[in-house]
Design a protein around this ligand. Structure first.
Ligand SMILES: Cc1cc2nc3c(=O)[nH]c(=O)nc-3n(C[C@H](O)[C@H](O)[C@H](O)COP(=O)(O)OP(=O)(O)OC[C@H]3O[C@@H](n4cnc5c(N)ncnc54)[C@H](O)[C@@H]3O)c2cc1C
Length: 375
């Protein structure tokens, strides 16, 4: 028999990544009672390129995390290479900073706890039910009741959520390492290889994040061995060859995720309000999925506040949030999707890079299309 928490919370949040953690902080800043369910235990590593677009720098600081004091690398130069090593360079107008998810999520969880968020770690949400305007959230630890439930569980939908049918069947996998080697603070590199690309940039603690995305077919063609795929495919790019043969790899084994798709999903599904990657994920090469997750938490918190004060009905809450979500993110996701089609293909990638080298204005415009304004 599952333990029942008798209290009716204002909100239960499922998933304590950036979207869920920031929403929990924003709601407690407005004195709402919040439970956050996270299936892992902080701090933990996550597959992510760990380059955060500058658009969210001030927002993160406003939540109570003083990024200025963390001596983080500030990144303002992008190098992209084709499979054969051909390279183009661009200055990044807005740029970004590097911070590991291990540090960022842990620090935000610490702030959330201090603000009064009830965080349940090592705890998985297993079922959600809405009855007479009251939600019951079942988890592996206990059941909770609330007025609203938000899903910020990331890219992969939990079993209690009806699967989003995707027209595009391509299944992507991603792999991440932390490495040590000589690497400038201000640089992010994007190296193409057959059916994938690899991002490299510095994070906190003088560590470098190396993270790549490729198709599941690529792994299958290499006997399902990550090492083989790296040797046979990634290392054909001379820049990647150098990192894989010379750098010190800090993890005992690579961190991996699979079944990744990039598309707009829904902002309200199975009675849950969705934010972050749960509502739609952008192609990682754009480097602003994290900022979108953060921004979506800010947008939804304003409408939830009005709903909890009876200034909006539930239907109005859903409509206003969905409209604002679309205004902010729909175009960016589409632009990122089409941009990703130019990557990881020998001739297409090479010719695209050659074109962009001679039209730097176009290069900068493409970067701008996938990014938002500071918030
Ligand atoms: C290869 C790759 C590289 C990327 N690189 C970058 C980059 O450099 N810059 C950038 O801005 N973005 C990048 N992104 C995108 C970025 O990682 C995501 O957009 C961002 O993490 C989304 O945050 P989120 O809070 O929505 O989800 P997540 O950070 O994925 O958090 C979801 C959380 O929910 C938890 N969870 C899931 N199911 C349950 C459940 N049933 N019960 C309880 N907890 C649950 C998970 O454990 C997880 O902690 C990259 C993505 C990929 C795949």
């Amino acid at each position: 028999m599952q333990i029942e928490d008798a209290k009716i919370y204002d909100c239960v949040i499922i998933g304590g990544g950036l979207a869920g953690l920031c929403l929990s902080i924003l709601l407690t800043q407005k004195n709402y009672s919040v439970v956050l369910i996270e299936k892992n235990k902080y701090p933990f590593h996550k597959v992510c390129g760990e380059y955060v677009s500058m658009e969210s720098y001030d927002f993160i600081k406003s939540l109570g995390l003083n990024l200025d004091e963390m001596d983080l690398p500030i990144i303002n130069q992008l190098n992209i290479t084709a499979h054969n090593g051909y390279k183009i360079t661009s200055q990044l107008k807005m740029g970004g900073f590097g911070i590991s998810r291990y540090t960022l999520d842990y620090e935000l969880a610490r702030i959330a706890k201090n603000n009064g968020v009830q965080i349940f770690e090592d705890c998985t949400a297993t079922h959600v039910q809405l009855q007479n305007a009251e939600y019951t959230v079942e988890t592996t630890l206990r059941n909770f009741k609330s007025k609203l439930v938000c899903g910020s569980y990331g890219k992969i939908e939990p079993s209690f959520i009806e699967r989003t049918k995707s027209k595009k069947k391509r299944n992507f996998i991603a792999v991440k390492y932390h490495i040590k080697t000589s690497f400038p603070d201000n640089l992010i590199e994007l190296h193409n290889f057959k059916d994938g690309y690899c991002g490299i940039s510095k994070v906190d603690n003088q560590t470098i994040c190396l993270c790549y995305l490729t198709t599941a077919e690529n792994l299958n063609e290499n006997g399902k061995s990550i090492k083989e795929m790296e040797r046979n495919v990634l290392m054909r790019n001379p820049h990647l060859h150098k990192y894989f043969s010379e750098a010190t790899f800090l993890f005992e084994k690579p961190l991996t995720i699979s079944q990744i798709g990039f598309s707009k999903k829904q902002t309200y599904k199975n009675d849950l309000l969705l934010l972050g990657d749960s509502a739609g994920a952008i192609a990682p090469l754009c480097g602003n999925g994290m900022s979108m997750a953060l921004r979506s938490s800010q947008i939804i918190s304003n409408y939830m506040d009005k709903y909890l004060q009876n200034k909006l009905t539930k239907d109005e809450l859903i409509k206003h949030y969905t409209d604002e979500w679309n205004t902010n993110f729909s175009f960016r996701i589409k632009a990122g999707y089409y941009l990703q089609l130019l990557f990881g293909k020998y001739q297409t990638t090479l010719w695209s890079l050659k074109l962009l080298r001679y039209f730097p204005v176009l290069f900068r415009k493409l970067i701008t299309l996938t990014h938002g304004e500071k918030f």
